[in-house]
Design a protein around this ligand. Sequence first.
Ligand code: PEP
Length: 246
Amino acid sequence: MRRRLVVANWKMHGSLDSAQALLDGLVSCIGDSAVEVAVCPPFVHVPLAVSVTTDSAIGVGGQTCSEYDSGAYTGEVAAAMLADIGCDRVILGHSERRQYFAETNDQVALKAQAVRRAGLVPVLCVGETLEQREQGRAEEVVAEQLQALLAEPLQASDVIAYEPVWAIGTGKTASPEQAQQMHAFIRQFLRQHSAAEAEAIRLLYGGSVKAANAAELFAQQDIDGALVGGASLDATEFAAIIAAAQ
Ligand code: PEP
């Protein structure tokens, strides 16, 4: 039985004050939960998040990291540094990283290896653009992204987030059927390559998830939770998404 997981991606939002208020809100809204919950703030707000969530069940993660362990890579942050300050996971290959920072499939695979070396869990994002979906290439694109990740065997603790690019921050959600279809495709792909891990790896859906659409997404067989952007910046809304996952 896969434990449901809901991860917040705060992207580059917030100040120290607003992060504190959001974290306080989350800790008071989310008590003991059967659902695993994590927040991924900007790097500079990670220590605050770790400190505020210390006595709660909420985990903390990074939004990206370097593929290198250390060295002359100005501006980069190593996975081990995130582990050092209390992170337990790292989002990798988010479509905004791929689109604006030219991250490639191979780079995402190297980052996943660096994250595992540091003892952290990679949350691996895959997903097609609208153009690719309209060309009927959605599964092909996702398969290519997954194939690159197999440079090192996937682990049962790894998390994969299917995030159709056309649904991120646009208010357009994939229908539950569209999302389930791709999740089933991903699970089947995993079965062919890492049979033992395929049933354990949690598949999150991401793309304009909110309290109003969460329950119907979570009702799908292969949707094990969500990666939530915009709606995670509101403690009440995020708590309602978590409640829908119970
Ligand atoms: C995301 O950033 O991973 C995301 C899914 O964003 P949103 O929920 O705002 O679409």
